[in-house]
Write a protein that binds this ligand. Structure first.
Ligand code: IPE
Ligand code: IPE
Ligand code: MG
Length: 241
């Protein structure tokens, strides 16, 4: 699918994966508590879902909380969980209006029970929706995801459900949290950091990477368009000639 940006036509990536980073620095710059940055960041997530769909993006996946983020000060973790509760609640209501299909990836058992329940409800009520496929990564770490996949796969091997010959890239991918999603075409990280921080290591094998200094709460539709324009300057090779 193509869209027009500034009177030129561009190919839209099917799946965009974003590391939303810089909430803390956004708040610090304004001499506000970090939590305010996270609150603004949550609003940006809400807006960018609408913008992504407007631009023709079918899959949007965001990194909201990593397996490493538990090491932040307890006060910040608590504030993030409180914000998450509110976000999930609002999202359950919103999906009936915006037709978004929401999924959560990551290791859910470490999340509080009420949060897990809200996730189940959100996934359930939105399961038949045909709009944006929006995926939120919570307590997500790519290494953790692969190890969890390996554990289930090895159990299936022991149970005779899978043979050694059947251990292929395609089959392995069906054990990952992202089994229902295509691989991302474009990965965006905000706030100027240029590292993956344990994000979709397997799935990003052929994605284009776009880094911007913009802090996540300031990210908007124009920034997303800039990323799409950049994506179009890349010649995609998929390991071929
Ligand atoms: C990203 O913003 C949001 C989460 C990781 C939850 P940060 O909180 O990492 O913001 P900075 O990197 O400190 O600016
Ligand atoms: C990555 O951002 C994780 C999320 C955006 C959820 P961080 O800000 O936590 O990553 P590091 O610590 O800078 O690598
Ligand atoms: Mg950060």
């Amino acid at each position: 699918m193509q869209i027009e940006i500034d009177k030129k036509m561009y190919e839209v990536p099917n799946h965009v994966a974003i590391i939303l980073d810089g909430n803390g620095r956004w708040a610090k710059k304004r001499l506000l508590p970090r939590n305010v940055g996270h609150m603004e960041g949550a609003k940006t997530v809400e807006k960018i879902c609408e913008d992504a769909w407007d631009l023709g993006i079918k899959y949007l996946t965001v990194y909201a909380f990593s397996t490493e983020n538990w090491r932040r000060p307890q006060k910040e973790v608590n504030a993030l969980m409180k914000l998450l509760r509110k976000y999930l609640e609002d999202c359950i209501e919103r999906t009936s209006r915006n037709n978004m299909r929401v999924r959560v990836i990551g290791e859910k058992s470490r999340l509080d029970e009420d949060i897990r329940k809200a996730i189940d409800e959100l996934e359930e009520v939105s399961s038949a929706n045909t709009g944006l496929n929006f995926t939120i990564a919570l307590n997500y770490g790519s290494r953790d995801e692969m190890i969890r996949a390996m554990r289930i796969m090895s159990q299936d091997y022991k149970d005779g459900k899978i043979t050694e010959e059947e251990i292929t890239e395609e089959r392995f991918a069906t054990y990952l949290d992202t089994r229902d999603l295509p691989d991302p075409d474009l990965m965006i990280r905000t706030s100027g950091e240029q590292r993956l921080s344990n994000w979709l290591l397997w799935q990003l094998a052929y994605a284009e990477f776009y880094f911007t200094d913009v802090l996540w709460p300031d990210f908007n539709k124009k920034e997303l368009e800039n990323a799409i324009v950049y994506y179009n300057t890349r010649e995609r090779r998929y390991g071929g000639v």
